[in-house]
Design a protein around this ligand. Structure first.
Ligand code: MG
Length: 342
């Protein structure tokens, strides 16, 4: 029957281009959809995603008379919550094709030898309050909520589960999730080898989280201290290593690396998220924002040397406990790399 000519069946694919806007001190995520047609909807690659533009005058990234900004795709994730869907993470260029000032990803050179695991804490919010807060007053004090189970104390698990599956389907290295100390507060951990990969993955995971919550009529609060009073704030501990830390094998080498961070403490704090002073108080397992310290197994230190690193013969990773939940991971990753390179 056949005449030797095969006709490819083209399929529609939805690409959600996401980027960071120009708001200060922290950017918001923006996204919009374009449709492309391809032969294999299950195998769309970054090369298939062309540059696109958006109205920068609506995102605090341009004036009205030169409003076009350019989206340059840098990473692609499959989006299992959307039929034939992908999320395309982009850098922003100005109308001339130059790096836009809001483009924090492009301000430093990548290091594939650096591995980072972010511990992203956040609150699920409804009507401006953490999920589980009554209309008036406050729920029972902190104590039972951390790693809890049961509808009266664990709030919003269906969103956490849905987000977890979407991230794993997308190839994002989520290594765990847990309910946190305050009611409605949760955490996911996100690991990747390669500094920019780790930061890209965290932004994509945040995007998926906000969209999943939206589908349930909720929003995500990344502020490091959204509820005043005796309620835990949210942080974003950054666990990091390079070959030197992974293979040190010597207390002196590890401590010398920690010492590099002492004279640049203020420079780190400056990019570790706004309102972080409300969280880094010296209480609730934090060091004070004005003080730099490090120590083995010390959760009250700025940098913790995990006991596992010591037991493993001073080989492993370090935990920078200072970053706030709202910090831009590109700024954190870039700053840690700069200090390690110094
Ligand atoms: Mg935590």
């Amino acid at each position: 029957m056949g005449c030797g000519i095969s006709v490819a069946i083209m399929e529609n694919v939805k690409l959600e281009y996401i980027w960071l806007d120009g708001y200060q001190p922290e950017p918001n995520m923006r996204g919009k959809t374009t449709i492309i047609t391809v032969e294999d909807a299950l195998n769309v690659k970054l090369e298939d995603c062309s540059e696109w533009s958006f109205d920068g005058s609506s995102t605090q990234q341009a004036e009205g008379d030169t409003s076009d900004c350019i989206l340059k795709p840098v990473s692609i994730y499959s989006d299992s919550a959307r039929h034939n869907g992908y999320v395309v993470l982009c850098e922003v260029l100005d109308s001339e094709g130059n790096i836009h000032p809001s483009n924090t990803r492009s301000t430093w050179d990548d290091d594939e030898d650096m591995w980072i695991a972010f511990e992203q804490e956040f609150f699920l919010m409804k009507f401006g309050k953490p999920l589980g807060f009554p209309k008036k007053g406050e729920p029972a004090p902190q104590g039972p909520y951390y790693c809890s189970v049961g509808a009266d104390i664990a709030q919003g698990r269906e969103i956490i589960e849905e987000h977890l599956d979407i991230c794993l389907d997308a190839g994002i290295g989520i290594t765990g999730v847990n309910a946190e100390v305050a009611i409605g507060q949760w955490e996911f951990q996100c690991f990747a080898k390669g500094a920019k990969q780790a930061c890209d993955d965290l932004w994509a995971a945040r995007y998926f989280l906000c969209r999943t919550a939206e589908a349930h009529g909720l929003s995500i609060e990344f502020h490091p201290k959204p509820v005043k009073g005796d309620w835990n704030g949210s942080g974003m501990h950054a666990n990091f290593s390079n070959s030197e830390i992974r293979e040190a094998g010597d207390q002196e080498i590890i401590e010398a690396i920690c010492e590099k961070f002492r004279p640049v403490h203020d420079e780190h704090i400056a990019v570790y998220g706004s309102h972080n002073n409300q969280r880094l108080t010296g209480k609730h397992e934090t060091q004070s924002i004005d003080t730099f310290s490090y120590g083995v197994s010390d959760r009250g230190a700025s940098i913790r040397i995990p006991l596992a690193t010591v037991i493993n013969g001073w080989k492993g990773y370090l935990e920078d406990r200072r970053p706030a939940s709202n910090a831009d991971p590109y700024k954190i990753g870039g700053r840690i790399l700069e200090t390690l390179r110094s």
